[in-house]
Design a binder for this molecule. Structure first.
Ligand code: GLN
Length: 404
């Protein structure tokens, strides 16, 4: 048997590529105007690090704005939430990616648009980090997310540096507001090197899955950034990642995402999959027309929308065996599935119905598939209260869910 997933990716590419390449290849960075508009690739990375790819998956392109969430992640990991939040906000801007989107306090609105991304780049490392060391840290950090050594496309980098007046202006604006650390020129140069890193769709899928897996690269096993950083980054991607089309994207695709002007799109669905897509022609918002279309298809075919309510809490109770049933005087309550707040609440309500007859009780967690911190605390508290009611409780927990 060959898994049908790669065939499905091929189908998505064929169907979303039909009808030619609508949209325009970005030309404001002269070197990007040379891109072949026919290129189209798609990749998907799973939580165990399996990567599926289709189309022009070997083709490398510059990461551009898709680097923004990762530099923001490194800044958060290096400086902590408070310091980063003093310099850059978390609100959608409603403006184009290269606008002067500042809050009244002088803080850029978010780190997914250029003005906030340049600010976030300048926060990587610590206050004594030089521009060169910062670029080094960014290249190493993004490489750790991708699981391989990424390189700068020097031609694209030089081309963008030669036409960087607008980004320079943005950096000087933030600097004038007291929100940019260090020297504006140096921050823009570093940010442009960051945007010029070469990736392919597999890299994007692995980088996305690393974010979606709480910072642990599923291929290399490296914990690249702490889990709280990923939650913060994914939240900002969900609301600001697709620029002015963020609302439309969230309602149709429903996956935290980021696009770049070279034609890449990265999607990260927490706990499930990482997606990388690429096709150079862009729509009026600066998002790749066919990559967006492919993500829409994947999301609807595979049920990946984040707001699609999971069906779990209704099937928490696997079964109850009353003490007189098998004559051993022991009541057995068996739970199943993932134990988070909603599931544990159902379980505790079930345990509330246990009569205060002093019968011994077995809480069987054999079929519980996962627990989070809240689920564990709630079940432990349930056991404590049953014991206070005079029951002798034994927890059948071969996977050690309650011991974590
Ligand atoms: N390097 C590009 C710029 O700053 C990134 C923009 C983008 O990908 N949207 O203009």
């Amino acid at each position: 048997m060959r898994t049908p997933v790669p065939d499905h990716l091929d189908d998505v590419l064929r169907e979303c590529g039909a009808g030619g390449a609508e949209g325009e290849v970005a030309a404001y960075i002269p070197e990007l105007a040379e891109a072949d508009p026919a290129l189209f690739a798609l990749a998907l990375c799973t939580i165990d690090g399996t990567v599926y790819a289709a189309g022009d998956a070997q083709h490398r392109f510059t990461i551009q704005s898709i680097s923004k969430p990762f530099a923001y992640a490194l800044a958060l990991a290096d400086r902590g939430f408070e310091t980063v939040a003093e310099h850059v906000g978390v609100e959608p801007s409603g403006d184009a990616f290269n606008e002067i989107s500042l809050e009244a306090s002088g803080r850029p609105r978010n780190a997914m648009i250029n003005i906030g991304a340049i600010t976030a780049h300048a926060l990587v490392g610590d206050a004594s980090t030089t521009g060169e060391q910062r670029v080094e840290r960014v290249v190493r950090g993004l490489s750790a997310f991708a699981g391989r050594e990424l390189e700068v496309d020097e031609a694209v980098c030089a081309s963008e540096l030669g036409t960087a007046s607008r980004n320079m202006a943005l950096a000087y604006m933030v600097h004038a507001q007291g929100k940019l650390e260090g020297e504006p020129h140096e921050a823009v140069e570093g940010y442009i090197r960051q945007c010029s890193l070469l990736v392919d769709v597999r890299d994007l899928a692995v980088m996305a899955m690393t974010l979606a897996a709480g910072g642990r690269n599923p291929v290399t096993g490296e914990q690249v950034v702490p889990a709280w950083v990923c939650r913060q980054v994914l939240s900002v991607m969900a609301t600001c990642g697709m620029y002015d089309a963020a609302g439309d994207w969230m309602s149709t695709v429903g996956i935290p995402a980021k696009s770049g002007v070279a034609g890449g799109v990265l999607g990260a669905l927490p706990g499930q999959v990482g997606i990388g897509a690429f096709s150079p022609p862009l729509d009026e918002f600066g998002n790749s027309v066919r990559a967006v279309r492919a993500c829409e298809r994947l999301s609807s075919d595979m049920g990946l929308h984040l707001m699609q309510a999971p069906e779990v809490a209704a099937h928490v109770l696997y079964g109850v065996v009353e003490p007189d049933r098998d004559g051993d005087g022991v009541r057995e309550v068996a739970l199943q599935g993932p134990m988070h707040f909603a599931a544990a609440e159902v379980a505790l309500r079930e345990l509330e119905d246990v009569p205060e007859d002093g019968a011994a009780l077995v809480l069987d967690l054999t079929r519980v598939t996962s627990t989070n911190d809240v689920g564990r605390r709630m079940l432990r508290e349930g056991v404590r209260r049953l014991e206070l009611d005079g029951h002798e409780v034994r927890v059948e927990d071969p996977d050690g869910h309650l011991e974590r």
